[in-house]
Design a protein around this ligand. Sequence first.
Ligand code: GRF
Length: 191
Amino acid sequence: MIRLAIMGSGAGTNLCAIIAAVQNDQLDAEIALVISDRQKAGIIAIAEKASIPTVHIDHEAADAQNKILTALRQSRADLVALAGYMRIVRAPIIEAFDRRIINIHPSLLPKYPGRKAWQQALDAGEQIAGCSVHHVDCGIDTGEVIAQQNVPILPNDTAASLHARIQKAEWALYPRVLQSFVESPISLGTH
Ligand code: GRF
């Protein structure tokens, strides 16, 4: 069993998938905290509905990174999973949670980091897109890749249809990777 903290800014569909995996005994974890930089984000509403503690931390606040770090420590999280967190996580947090912060990104990294990765793949004429779970470092989607899932690009795909197909793959991949951390013989260590 691991304690998870999840950080996001958006709809929270990956959080939904993670909650479902916990409920279905596919993921042996307790979701200890959800942090968002947006008070009205869907991810906050989903967490509240599932009785998961939430914290809103305004990104503009001067000490935002320290506030996040304090909240993460208080939650006693073993692992931090970014799920649509649209801000950069900076050094104090990355150092404190060394190799224990992961992210899901809608491309086959190292291809197409940054925003609207599915659109970038379409524009480049790719036939295969996908999603990646990777360690978080100080760059944007640059950390070491942990696992990937290919997703086909179909002839009539629009940005929306491709994005939807990639998201479906994310909902399967992310809980699976989180469970692999539970089962990993490599200790997550203490902090
Ligand atoms: C996902 O597509 C993820 O790959 C990207 O942000 C999106 C978050 O979606 N980093 P949601 O908030 O989990 O629905």
